[in-house]
Design a protein around this ligand. Structure first.
Ligand SMILES: Cc1cc2nc3c(=O)[nH]c(=O)nc-3n(C[C@H](O)[C@H](O)[C@H](O)COP(=O)(O)OP(=O)(O)OC[C@H]3O[C@@H](n4cnc5c(N)ncnc54)[C@H](O)[C@@H]3O)c2cc1C
Length: 324
């Protein structure tokens, strides 16, 4: 938990607290960007690596996976990292409670915009968060500060921006690049004169961006994961395990390493969280729908986010009529 006293002291003294947080120091590949972490593994697995093939069906009874090119592959044990809800949808004859439990899994999506600028980096920062409404993004990373080989030469820098989107927070993909650039100027990360120095922009629409830890999640996982395990299927990784708190790259990689160690060496998994002990999520007739705050059961009133915002705004006006 952040220490309030420490935060206030740093704000008042305008000092950068570089020692805070679990990731105040981290390693990054000199070459190849984030993918540069994984390319060294390639030579060990290249004979069994098949890219750009989509698993379209999993028969957990016959223990086969069918791919989009028609190939059918048999397995004894299956380690999968595809999003858990998509996996359940691809299974054969799934019991209804397991299928329904996927409704307890919520996720957000993201519009990721990279902006390359033809001037030396103006900052030594790594990444910053933006709760304000003058920019669409919630986070910006000075990716070119991680390695000098991210940009063509030292006279360029690269900003990686992340804008969340979901069914509750739609974002217009057609205008996002323009709005991000405007936001970078509003937040003073770019100067208006930088508009003529933008040398590249790049947009990726990431459908599964964050697994949202809702109150129904543990019950959903307690229903789905034991069923998969009974059939020799192990769903791990950011959206395979669907656990925000163990969803970073390091966690995801270790989930794979530890599962294989369990299979081969009998060593128990450490990183992955087993919610088998949690009460299963049983969606019976009391389940009536879904709201931004989670599942809604009969008799429950869903959280009305716009109304809460209006209430908060009204509360900010004090008795003398002054706006806080
Ligand atoms: C913009 C952004 C910034 C991030 N920044 C950081 C960071 O700074 N630090 C950090 O630790 N983490 C970061 N993350 C999170 C990090 O990317 C994930 O933790 C990591 O990639 C999870 O690895 P994974 O193998 O579990 O899942 P993924 O990397 O998502 O791999 C799952 C794979 O399954 C494939 N797949 C899905 N369905 C099918 C199918 N039906 N058939 C075949 N293949 C399928 C997908 O194409 C994908 O390649 C970031 C994520 C995003 C989107």
């Amino acid at each position: 938990m952040p220490n309030l006293e420490r935060i206030l002291k740093n704000v008042l003294l305008e000092s950068a607290d570089k020692g805070w947080g679990p990731n105040n120091k981290f390693k990054y590949p000199l070459y190849g960007g984030t993918g540069g972490l994984y390319t060294p593994f390639e030579k060990y697995i290249k004979d069994n690596l098949h890219l750009n093939k989509s698993a379209v069906a999993v028969d957990q009874h016959a223990k086969t996976v069918t791919f989009s090119d028609g190939e059918v592959v048999e397995y004894d044990l299956l380690l999968t990292t595809m999003p858990l809800d998509l996996l359940v949808n691809r299974l054969k004859d799934v019991p209804e409670p397991v299928k329904l439990a996927t409704r307890g899994l919520h996720h957000s999506s993201g519009l990721i915009v990279g902006v390359g600028v033809a001037r030396p980096t103006p900052s030594e920062k790594c990444w910053l968060y933006f709760p304000e409404e003058n920019a669409p993004f919630y986070r910006v990373t000075y990716l070119s500060n991680y390695s000098p080989y991210i940009t063509p030469d030292p006279n360029h820098f690269l900003l990686l921006t992340e804008t969340s989107r979901s069914e509750h927070k739609p974002e217009d993909k057609a205008t996002i690049i323009d709005r991000v650039v405007e936001g970078l100027i509003n937040t003073k990360l770019l100067e208006p004169t930088d508009l003529d120095r933008i040398s590249s922009t790049y947009l990726i629409d990431v459908d599964y961006s964050y697994p949202v830890p809702t109150v129904d999640r543990n019950g959903a996982l307690a229903t789905i994961q034991p069923y998969l395990r009974e059939h020799g299927i192990y769903s791990r990784g950011r959206f395979g395990a669907w656990c925000y708190e163990i969803g970073n790259m390091d966690h995801s990689v270790m989930q794979g390493v530890e599962l294989v160690n369990e299979w081969l060496l009998g060593e128990a998994e450490v990183t992955w969280k087993d919610f088998a002990g949690s009460a299963p999520l049983v969606l019976d007739s009391s389940f009536v729908g879904r709201a931004s705050s989670g599942l809604v059961r009969a008799g429950e009133k869903p959280l009305n986010v716009p109304q809460v915002k209006r209430n908060l705004a009204a509360a900010a006006v004090d008795q003398a009529g002054n706006v806080a």
